[in-house]
Design a protein around this ligand. Structure first.
Ligand code: NAD
Length: 283
């Protein structure tokens, strides 16, 4: 496959809120590189960027949007509440701070980054997000790294439901129980570290499908996600890979290829365990 821009589907995650199924993740993109990387991404055709207060690069993301000349409405922007800002009032302040750093009026999607259960604050943080959404201060709200028990705790009282649950999900770590618990509540599954940070590139079914389609392993893995309805946010700082990853939207795998990649799940996590992850410097 050539690395050309292909039309990316959108998914409705809340009433009238459509998210492009492929976005650009900017975790670990340094503050002084974020503007260049996001400008390259927008030039390549990305219309969805995933940042977080904890990534300390929101200002660069906002600068890239302004430099691109695109309209604010053309680009779907997500940011996240850091652990150290949980709590009702702190959450509301943190949202305002993120919006200010980005230099925009409001976000399209704001997520609780981790449940951080040992702090005991995620339910009141969620209430703050629901209020921000009800007030029209943010278009959609959701969560990240929420296990079924955390989802149950924030949905049992009703009200606005999380639009997405952003979880670690790639061929060798698929979390089927978390994904199905999310879907059962009407919560879209957003896959972070969708490429397994490269760890899944050498798996046999990935390489076989890559050869069969003249595609790269990264494109095969992303096409597998898209076929399963996941929203994906692969990260790259390289213009050639940015374009390559976006072009996965044009790749259709066979059912046999999809099934063979699904069979790779070995339950090996790369990132933190949401039950215990409590770094407040992942703030
Ligand atoms: P990823 O699976 O997207 O892998 C990124 C790495 O894969 C890159 O650094 C690069 O080395 C390699 N890569 C990317 N495209 C490639 C290509 N075409 N060919 C070869 N190698 C390629 O991992 P990630 O960065 O951990 O996750 C992506 C995004 O998910 C992050 O940037 C962030 O936005 C989000 N995320 C969220 C959380 C959370 O707690 N919510 C945690 C981790 C990541």
């Amino acid at each position: 496959m050539t690395a050309e821009t292909t039309d990316v589907e959108t998914i409705e995650i809340a009433q009238g809120v459509h998210i492009p199924q492929i976005g650009l993740g900017v975790f670990q993109v340094p503050a002084d590189e974020a503007q260049r990387v996001v400008e390259d991404g927008l030039s390549a055709g990305y219309r969805h960027v995933d940042t977080a207060a904890a990534y300390v690069n929101e200002a660069g993301v906002g600068a890239a949007l302004r430099a691109s000349g695109l309209n604010r409405d053309d680009v779907f922007l997500t940011s996240k509440l850091r652990n150290g800002d949980q709590g009702y009032e702190q959450t509301r302040r943190a949202y305002a701070d993120s919006v200010e750093r980005l230099g925009i009026e409001s976000l399209d999607l704001y997520l609780i980054h981790w449940p951080y259960p040992s702090a005991g604050l995620f339910e009141e943080s969620w209430r703050a997000l629901q209020d921000l959404a009800a007030e029209g201060a943010v278009r959609a709200v959701g969560v990240s790294n929420f296990l079924p028990e955390h989802l149950e705790a924030i949905t049992k009282h009703g009200g606005i439901r999380p639009a997405v649950n952003q979880i670690e999900l790639h061929p060798t770590f698929q979390q089927p129980a978390v994904a199905s618990a999310s879907r059962a509540l009407g919560v879209a599954v957003q896959a972070y570290s969708p490429l397994g940070q490269g760890a899944d590139f050498s798996a046999k079914p990935v390489l076989e499908a890559a050869t069969a389609h003249g595609a790269s392993p990264a494109q095969v893995i992303l096409a597998w996600h898209l076929a399963l309805g996941h929203i994906v946010i692969p990260k790259s700082s390289r213009p050639d890979r940015l374009a390559e990853n976006l072009a996965s939207a044009g790749l259709r795998l066979t059912q046999a290829e999809i099934d063979a990649i699904t069979a790779l799940d070995s339950n090996e996590r790369i990132g933190g365990d949401p039950a215990t992850f409590s770094l407040t410097q992942m703030r």
